[in-house]
Design a binder for this molecule. Structure first.
Ligand SMILES: Nc1ncnc2c1ncn2[C@@H]1O[C@H](COP(=O)(O)OP(=O)(O)OP(=O)(O)O)[C@@H](O)[C@H]1O
Ligand SMILES: [Mg+2]
Length: 471
C-alpha cells in the first residue's frame, strides 16, 4: 500500500506536460482548422504562442525565468471566430486555461469582480485538473481498498483469538482459513454484482452547513475566506450511520479511499506551479474596457479596469486561497471587435503589454459556404442530425448552400455585419417550417435546393424592415 502511494506521488510534472510536446504549431493549426474556417494569421499566432510555452519549459531554470510570454491581441469584427478560437484552444492544451470577459470586471473598490479574481479562478481550475489526474491515478487502489472495507462490513472478521489458550490456536487457524474462503466467495459475488441488492450499514460524514455554502457564493468568495473550512475545523465532525445498498456503499467507500490517497498539499503545490509556468488567460471583449476616461458616467471605471490589469499582465503576485500565485509567465490572449473603440484607445501601458497583434478577416460568401459544411460541428450537419431524431431526412443541394451563403453575405452587407452568426438566423428561418412540422410529418424526405431557399427567404430579404427583425 505504502509503496503504491509513493509511486503515485512521484510521478513527475514533466510527464504530464509531455502531452504538449506533440502539439507543434502545425498540429495546433490543424486542430483549429477542423472548426474554424480561414483566419490563418490568428491561428498561427496562437499556435506559436502556445508552442513557446512548451519551449520555455525545456530551458534551464535560469534562462526560463528570463523568457516572458508574448501576449497577443486579436482584433476583428464581430462573429468571425475570435471566441471560437479561444474555445477550441482551451480543449487542445493541457495547460490551465480560462476565458474571461473584460466587461465583467470592475475597478478595485467598486462593486463587482476585481481583475485579480481571474487568477484565482485559474488556480481553482488548475487545482481541479490536478486533483482529477490524481484521482484517476489512485482509482485502482481506491477501488481495491473500498472492496476490502466493504467485505469487512459484509463479513466482519473474527475477533482476534491471541488471548485464548494455546491448544485452541490450531482450531482458530482452521477457523481463519474458513473465514478467508468465505471472504473470497463473497468477493466473487460482490464483483459479479450478486450482492448489489443487499444493504449494509455505513458510517458517513454528514454534510453540515448547507446554508453557508449558499451564502459564500454571493461575492464574499473574493475575500478568499473559506467559511466552510473555518467552521468545519471548529465544529465537531458529525458522523451518521446510514443504511445503503451495497452498490452505493462501494461508490461511497471508493470516494473516501480516493480522498485518503490524494495528498491535497501536493495537489495544490502542483496546481499553482502549473498556473505560474503554463497558465493561459483569454480576455475576451477587451474593447469593452477601451476608451479613455471621458469624465462622465460609468466610463470612469473602464480605465480603472485597464490600470488594474496592468500589474497582472506585467507580472505580480496574487494571493489566492491556495497561496500566492505569480503571474509573470501566464500567457494573456486578448480579443475584441473594436467596432467603436480602437486598440489605440487602450491605455498605452496596456497596449505595450500585448506586443503581438493579429487581425481577423471579415467573412464573405466563400467562407460562409465552407463554414456551413466543413467544420466538424458545421451548421448543416447539426440540422441534419437534429431532424434525423424526428425521422426526417433533409439534404442540401450544393446550389442551396451557395444560396444561403450568398444571402447571409447580402444581409450582412445591407444591415449590420454580424459575421458567421448571420448563418444561424438564416438557417433558423429557412428550416422554420420543417422544424415545426417535423414530428407530425408524413413526408420524411426533404431535398433542399436553391429554389426552396429563395422561396422561403425572398419575402424577408426583399423587405428590409422585415429582415431587420427576423434575420
Ligand atoms: N471563421 C469561422 N469558422 C467557423 N465558424 C465560425 C467562424 N467565425 C465565426 N464562426 C461561428 O460564428 C459564431 C460566432 O463566432 P465567435 O463567437 O467566435 O465570434 P467573435 O469573433 O468572438 O465575435 P464577437 O466579437 O461578437 O465576440 C460561432 O458559432 C462560430 O462557430
Ligand atoms: Mg467573442
Amino acid at each position: 500500500m505504502e509503496m503504491l502511494a509513493k509511486k503515485i506521488e512521484e510521478k513527475p510534472v514533466e510527464k504530464i506536460l509531455d502531452k504538449d510536446a506533440q502539439l507543434t504549431p502545425r498540429r495546433i493549426v490543424g486542430e483549429l482548422d477542423k472548426y474554424i474556417i480561414g483566419q490563418k494569421n490568428a491561428k498561427r499566432s496562437v499556435a506559436i504562442a502556445l508552442r513557446n510555452r512548451w519551449r520555455r519549459q525545456q530551458l534551464s531554470p535560469e534562462l526560463r525565468e528570463e523568457v516572458a510570454p508574448k501576449n497577443i491581441i486579436m482584433i476583428g469584427p464581430t462573429g468571425v471566430g475570435k471566441t471560437e478560437i479561444a474555445r477550441r484552444l482551451a480543449r487542445l492544451t493541457n495547460s490551465p486555461f480560462i476565458k474571461v470577459e473584460a466587461s465583467k470586471y470592475t475597478e478595485v473598490g467598486y462593486v463587482g469582480r476585481d481583475v485579480e479574481s481571474m487568477v484565482r479562478d485559474l488556480t481553482e481550475i488548475s487545482k481541479n485538473i490536478v486533483r482529477e489526474e490524481r484521482a484517476t491515478e489512485v482509482s485502482e487502489t481506491a477501488k481495491a481498498n473500498a472492496e476490502e472495507r466493504l467485505l469487512d462490513l459484509l463479513l466482519p472478521p473474527p475477533v482476534s483469538s491471541k488471548k485464548t489458550a494455546d491448544e485452541k490456536i490450531e482450531m482458530d487457524e482452521i477457523g481463519h482459513k474458513h473465514y478467508q474462503e468465505t471472504r473470497e466467495k463473497f468477493r466473487k459475488y460482490l464483483r459479479e454484482g450478486k450482492l448489489n441488492e443487499r444493504s449494509v450499514e455505513l458510517e458517513v460524514e454528514q454534510r453540515i452547513l448547507p446554508m453557508i455554502e449558499v451564502v459564500s457564493n454571493t461575492g464574499i468568495e473574493d475575500l478568499d475566506i473559506n467559511i466552510k473550512d473555518m467552521l468545519g475545523s471548529i465544529m465537531p465532525q458529525k458522523k451518521k450511520i446510514r443504511k445503503v445498498k451495497v452498490s452505493e456503499a462501494l461508490t461511497i467507500l471508493t470516494q473516501e479511499e480516493a480522498q485518503k490517497l490524494i495528498d491535497m498539499d501536493k495537489v495544490i503545490k502542483e496546481a499553482i506551479n502549473r498556473v505560474e509556468q503554463s497558465g493561459i488567460i483569454f480576455i475576451d471583449e477587451i474593447d469593452k474596457v477601451a476608451g479613455r476616461e471621458s469624465g462622465h458616467g460609468p466610463d470612469v471605471s473602464r480605465e480603472g479596469v485597464q490600470r488594474d490589469l496592468l500589474p497582472i499582465v506585467e507580472g505580480s503576485t496574487v494571493s489566492t486561497k491556495y497561496g500566492a500565485v505569480r503571474t509573470d509567465h501566464i500567457l494573456f490572449i486578448a480579443a475584441g471587435a473594436f467596432h467603436v473603440s480602437k486598440p489605440s484607445d487602450l491605455i498605452p501601458e496596456l497596449q505595450g503589454r500585448f506586443p503581438i497583434r493579429v487581425e481577423l478577416d471579415s467573412l464573405g460568401k466563400e467562407e460562409f459556404i465552407r463554414i456551413l459544411t466543413e467544420p466538424q460541428n458545421a451548421l448543416i450537419k447539426q440540422y441534419v442530425e437534429l431532424l434525423k431524431t424526428e425521422g426526417v431526412d433533409i439534404s442540401f443541394a450544393e446550389d442551396a448552400i451557395a444560396e444561403i451563403a450568398a444571402l447571409a453575405a447580402l444581409v450582412n452587407d445591407r444591415m449590420e455585419n454580424i459575421g458567421a452568426r448571420r448563418l444561424h438566423t438564416i438557417m433558423e428561418r429557412l428550416l422554420d417550417d420543417i422544424s415545426f412540422n417535423a414530428p407530425d410529418q408524413q413526408e420524411s424526405k426533404f431535398a433542399i435546393d436553391a429554389k426552396y431557399v429563395k422561396e422561403r427567404l425572398q419575402d424577408v430579404i426583399k423587405d428590409e424592415d422585415l429582415s431587420r427583425y427576423i434575420l
